[in-house]
Write a protein that binds this ligand. Structure first.
Ligand code: COA
Length: 261
């Protein structure tokens, strides 16, 4: 009997959908799940045929309940260290994908699940779901980028409030403060996420990659270097067929047909 994959991958047109597939554990991240996820991420990173990557969780109850706390109980300190190194690496792999990424959260996102969403570019969530970095309530800290990405996203004041109080925010509140881009009516996150992916697929794929690189790179640089990086990213787009196609489409009053070249 073949075992169910822990992470499903589905290519729908030019989009790849990665789905955490442990619904009975609310898609908690076990060590084998991380390894499976990282294998897919390594392939997608160099896949020029995939223009957008979306993340979701099976079962509809949770996007991801964070690190697998049942597995954690069985680990010694060395194993915990190795796990934390790997979960941090996984979120870094997601953040480093050249394609735009969307976290489609049909259900709760806590701990590592929230960190996974933070590593994505865009976030969609069902209105009846909750999101938060709950680690301090468990006597640990967010260790997969949460202490860094959340303050960058929302500012230190809000991030400290969320992390120090281990808050579980409603999706509606998360939408109000800009943590979630789109709050979907209950149980429609998947549909709303698909619409967002479809919108992204109408844009120039090379332009999306270049804009992402310019924005992410700017976070790590001073103004001078950030502007130089943006100039380089623009430069990389000038010789592309897609740029000329968009100009022709504009003149001919039709939508562009991008080919990613
Ligand atoms: N690790 C391992 N198992 C987990 C888990 C996790 N992070 N989160 C949930 N599960 C398991 C539960 O133990 C339960 O298993 P059981 O049936 O053997 O008891 C099963 O998933 C269903 O969980 P349950 O709490 O009954 O489901 P729910 O839909 O009522 O609530 C959550 C889901 C996600 C709100 C709740 O499970 C929760 O708060 N989990 C912890 C989230 C968290 O703080 N994560 C941070 C980790 S650092």
């Amino acid at each position: 009997m073949t075992e169910e994959p822990l992470v499903l991958i589905e290519h729908r047109g030019r989009a790849a959908w990665l789905t955490l597939n442990r619904p009975e554990f609310r898609n908690a991240l076990s060590f084998p799940t991380l390894l499976e996820l990282r294998k897919h991420l390594a392939e997608l990173k160099v896949d020029s045929e995939t223009w957008v990557v979306a993340f979701s969780g099976a079962g509809g109850k949770a996007f991801c309940a964070g690190a697998d706390l049942k597995e954690r109980r069985m680990m010694d300190e060395a194993q915990v260290k190795e796990f934390v190194r790997n979960i941090r690496g996984t979120m870094d792999d997601i953040a480093a994908l050249p394609q735009p990424t969307v976290a489609v959260m049909q259900g709760h996102a806590f701990g590592g699940g929230c960190e996974m969403a933070l590593a994505c570019d865009l976030r969609v969530m069902d209105e009846d779901a909750q999101i938060g970095l709950t680690e301090t309530g468990l006597g640990i800290i967010p260790g997969a980028g949460g202490c860094v990405r959340l303050p960058r996203l929302l500012g230190t004041a809000r991030a400290k409030e969320m992390i120090l109080l281990a808050q579980r925010l409603t999706a509606i509140r998360a939408g109000e403060i800009g943590l979630v881009h789109k709050v979907a009516e209950a149980e429609t996150a998947l549909q709303v996420g698909e619409e967002m992916v479809a919108e992204l697929l109408k844009k120039g794929p090379l332009a999306l990659r270049a804009a992402k690189k310019a924005m992410d790179g700017a976070l790590d640089s001073d103004l001078h270097h950030a502007l130089a990086l943006e100039a380089d990213c623009y430069q990389s787009i000038i010789p592309t067929q897609d740029r000329l196609e968009a100009l022709a489409a504009f003149a001919e009053k039709r939508p562009p047909r991008f080919n990613g070249k």
